[in-house]
Design a protein around this ligand. Structure first.
Ligand code: 5RP
Length: 218
């Protein structure tokens, strides 16, 4: 199977977790896009969605699926999203699609976060994928210097402005042996909006697609 076929398999498998008459949190990326395609087949059963990016909102609306402002809802039972890396503790690196801030907000609100990913995303130790950090533009140079002090090699992601009007620094060469500690340290830097480490609030369930099908990790 191709990587995209594995992404499609987990995107459609996530549909089993969608309950009627609920609002569903929807992530961003190619795997989440497959989930949106699947969700469209049951759109009349759900109340609607909250979306983690303009791109996902556009895809949801193209199917006629209602998208609510997160401020309009009191609680969210389910959030489905992909990841760039996921470890056995279900901690993740996210933000390859630059949507990390809205993704982290929705993950914080959701009671259950299901990560959908093909097997290439499963790792023992996070950090091979460069860690995305969303930064307020005037803080780019300062935050870059601080990230170097933390052992990383930040690179400015060209031609990207996030949905929140900020820039992305991708941090290479980090060996993330303590994800919780690094998440706190990077979040504490003035000018950092969000670090794409989802350690303190990881996923509750992972659906991982490989040649044998979709396996569930709790
Ligand atoms: C977007 C994300 C995505 O979940 C992550 O980049 C995975 O993307 P894909 O499903 O296309 O491999 O965090 O900000």
């Amino acid at each position: 199977m191709t990587q995209d076929e594995l992404k499609k398999a987990v995107g459609w498998a996530a549909l089993d977790y969608v309950q009627p008459n609920t609002i569903v949190g929807v992530g961003t990326g190619t795997t989440a896009a497959h989930f949106i395609d699947a969700l469209a087949t049951r759109k009349d059963e759900i109340i609607g969605t909250v979306s983690s990016s303009e791109a996902s909102t556009e895809r949801l609306k193209s199917y006629g699926i209602p998208v609510f402002d997160l401020n309009e809802i009191d609680s969210l039972s389910l959030y489905i999203d992909g990841a760039d890396e996921i470890n056995l503790a279900l901690q993740m690196i996210k933000g390859g699609g630059a949507a990390l801030t809205r993704e982290k907000i929705i993950a914080a609100v959701a009671q259950t976060f299901i990560c959908i990913a093909d097997q290439s995303k499963q790792v023992d130790c996070l950090g091979h994928f460069p860690l995305p950090v969303e930064v307020i533009p005037m803080a780019q140079a300062y935050v870059s210097r601080e990230l170097v002090k933390l052992g990383g090699r930040p690179e400015y992601r060209k031609d990207i402005v996030t949905d929140n009007g900020n820039i992305i620094l991708d941090v290479y060469d980090l060996l993330i042996d303590d994800p919780d500690k690094l998440e706190v340290a990077i979040n504490a830097l003035p000018g950092v909006v969000t670090v794409g480490l989802f350690a303190k609030r990881g996923a509750d369930i992972a659906l991982i697609g490989d040649e044998n099908g979709v396996k569930k990790i709790i």
